[in-house]
Design a protein around this ligand. Structure first.
Ligand code: 9MG
Length: 324
């Protein structure tokens, strides 16, 4: 996957647009100068994810963690009701996708046994569907059995932070289900990733890694147009690595897949803003979401849905070309 000579488009949102400006990956808001006409069509065409989801604006993916708190191991009736209420609030606030996860991927987090992860996630997905919510759902898991239970309960997308490197059975499941899958870059696992992340050129190494994982997915029978790419902010990256990836994010359009970005409340936002408590990192998270939108990213994975949706509504109004 990926273009033989990746083209790094310079994303632009300024108006008016010059004649010949092309939409970046179908966006109504972000355009680019098509310097290389051979690659221009591939870089400009929309990248549909699911028929229900628009392709001409950034989508907001709301994070619904169903990891246990200090009182419960997750999966109780109260936990399910609480997760459904959080999901419904996110949909009311404008979430396009709900990302349900039962295993923390924070640095140092321990692995969760498959049966516990299924017990935390599948009942929540089933309950969201039973409540009449039709918003597309992604299951955040590295494991085939968890993804299988989630898809049977009503999920539509798989979000795999290991990019199909954790569970060899996941690729076949996704291929047979024909669902989209997000392949995220990580150096190491959540247990090890922040020990001493190291790269020669982080932009090129992450790009090459994602291109290889996409080739692997296709070799396992997953259709190329079912793939979503993700640079994996915070997964085996220092502050400088994260910033380099954010500055160069538009390069990843050359992989030929929609870009998902998850930066919400992550440590680098606290480091740069001097704010320690994760929920107080909301304004910085919104700033990064707007930056990613201006790079043409298609999916923004966030905790603060209402705030991000409001910021994007203003950004869209100011970047949409109108006739007047
Ligand atoms: C589960 N999870 C936590 N952070 C993430 C990120 O940045 N991207 C994706 N795809 N999933 C994430």
């Amino acid at each position: 996957m990926g273009m033989t000579h990746p083209l790094h488009p310079v994303p632009r949102t300024d108006l008016p647009r010059p004649r010949g400006a092309r939409p970046l990956a179908g966006s109504a808001h972000v355009w680019w100068d098509a310097a290389d006409l051979a690659q221009a069509d591939a870089l400009s065409a929309p990248r549909p994810i699911l028929p229900a989801l628009p392709t001409d604006r950034p989508l907001v993916m709301g994070i619904v963690n169903v990891t246990p708190d200090s009182f419960s191991d997750g999966g109780t009736l109260g936990d399910v009701a609480d997760a459904v209420a959080r999901a419904r609030a996110m949909v009311a606030a404008g979430a396009d996708i709900l990302d349900i996860g039962g295993e923390s991927t924070r640095p140092g987090a321990a692995e969760v046994p498959v049966k516990d992860e299924i017990a935390r996630t599948a009942p929540v997905i089933a309950a969201i569907r039973a409540a009449g919510v039709s918003t597309p759902i992604s299951i955040d898991t590295r494991k085939a059995a968890v993804a299988d239970a989630a898809l049977k309960a009503g999920a539509d997308i798989v979000n795999d932070v290991s990019a199909l490197s954790w569970d060899p059975a996941l690729a076949r499941l996704v291929a047979e289900a024909g669902v989209p899958i997000c392949l995220m870059h990580a150096q190491g696992t959540p247990q090890t990733m922040q020990k001493a992340p190291h790269y020669g050129d982080v932009l090129i190494e992450v790009y090459d890694h994602l291109a290889r994982r996409m080739d692997h997915a296709v070799a396992q029978g997953i259709a190329a147009d079912r793939l979503i790419s993700d640079v994996g902010i915070g997964f085996g990256k220092t502050l400088t690595h994260n910033l380099t990836l954010l500055k160069g994010l538009a390069l990843f359009h050359s992989l030929g897949a929609p870009i998902l970005l998850g930066a919400s409340r992550k440590r680098f936002i606290g480091t740069l803003s001097g704010v320690d408590e994760a929920p107080l990192r909301m304004p910085g998270s919104v700033a990064v979401a707007l930056w990613a939108a201006a790079q043409g990213a298609q999916i923004l994975r966030v905790h603060d849905v209402a705030e991000t949706v409001q910021a994007l509504a203003l950004w869209r109004a100011m970047t949409l070309e109108t006739d007047e």
